[in-house]
Design a protein around this ligand. Structure first.
Ligand SMILES: NC(=O)c1ccc[n+]([C@@H]2O[C@H](COP(=O)([O-])OP(=O)(O)OC[C@H]3O[C@@H](n4cnc5c(N)ncnc54)[C@H](O)[C@@H]3O)[C@@H](O)[C@H]2O)c1
Length: 254
């Protein structure tokens, strides 16, 4: 599936400035494609520098304003440098997509503190640092929207995914609390809750992953998550905050 097979873009993010973590590939790259097609100036941030530069260059080739920035979301100094770069050029940030994430599958009895802590630091602390560091720039926006990428393994448990599920449930708590704290500043904060998505993240997943429990019978194409992010980022979702947008092919309906 390609973006061309979805309903056309409407330019509803024209003039907006967006930052997407984990933007080099997978869903983050699809969000960059969709948000820039909707008119936004997009910053893709990642640790995969070659892939990130290539993703950004491909979008620039079609005329979009897309820049790649190196950012390890666990690094407070990296976040400060990202904030400075965007502040210098724009003085504000309209859309923050905390999308960067990692996964491993280990039974609780065999989990190591190191692997547990690493996953929580990337998936949960990374989003917290992003939100906290970007707050001054989000406050300058007239229509600020933050989207935190959770997972169906946030509201549901999943055998072998203790650290991942804890991080994704934590993101739902962060989302709700941030929505309450930041509503007076006009900053909306919502969670995206994907089901199985065909990306490199689950390339090594045993079997077909959650597909047997997915009523629509397949993994999502990343563009199907990107259209949900474009909605949450836009004024179409201006009365939505502190909530979850589930895009899971029916997994949670079971
Ligand atoms: N693929 C799925 O089935 C699925 C389902 C639900 C939720 N998610 C979530 O969606 C998000 C995107 O994942 P994806 O499926 O596109 O996988 P992906 O592996 O293709 O993309 C994740 C990106 O995050 C980047 N990243 C990892 N650690 C980082 C760090 N410390 N700093 C900056 N960037 C870092 C990676 O380099 C990669 O580009 C993740 O948060 C993931 O947990 C994925």
């Amino acid at each position: 599936m390609t973006t061309a097979s979805l309903p056309p873009c409407t330019g509803r993010l024209a003039g907006r400035v967006a930052l997407i973590t984990g933007g080099a590939r997978g869903q983050g790259a699809a969000h960059g494609d969709r948000l820039s097609a909707e008119g936004a100036t997009v910053y893709l941030a990642d640790v995969l520098d070659d892939e990130g530069e290539q993703t950004a260059a491909a979008l620039r080739d079609r005329g979009s304003d897309v820049t790649y920035l190196h950012l390890d979301v666990t690094d407070p100094d990296g976040w400060a440098a990202t904030e400075s770069a965007i502040a210098e050029r724009h003085g504000r940030l309209d859309v923050l997509v905390n999308n960067a994430g990692i996964v491993h599958v280990t039974p609780i009895a065999e989990e190591t503190l190191e692997a547990w802590s690493r996953l929580l630091t990337v998936n949960l602390t990374g989003a917290f640092l992003g939100l906290q560091t970007m707050l001054p720039l989000l406050t300058e926006s007239a229509a600020a929207a933050v989207i935190n990428t959770s997972s169906i393994f946030g509201p549901s448990g999943a055998i072998g995914y203790a650290a991942y599920a804890a991080s994704k449930a934590g993101l739902l708590g962060l989302t709700r609390t941030a929505a309450l704290e930041l509503a007076p500043a006009g900053i909306r904060v919502n969670a995206l809750v994907p089901g199985g998505v065909a990306t490199p993240l689950n390339a090594n997943e045993p079997g077909t992953g959650v597909v047997p429990e997915t009523p629509l019978g397949r993994r999502a194409d990343p563009v199907e998550l990107a259209s949900a992010v474009a909605f949450l980022a836009s004024d179409d979702a201006r009365f939505m905050t502190g909530t979850e947008l589930v895009v899971d092919g029916g997994f949670r309906a079971r």
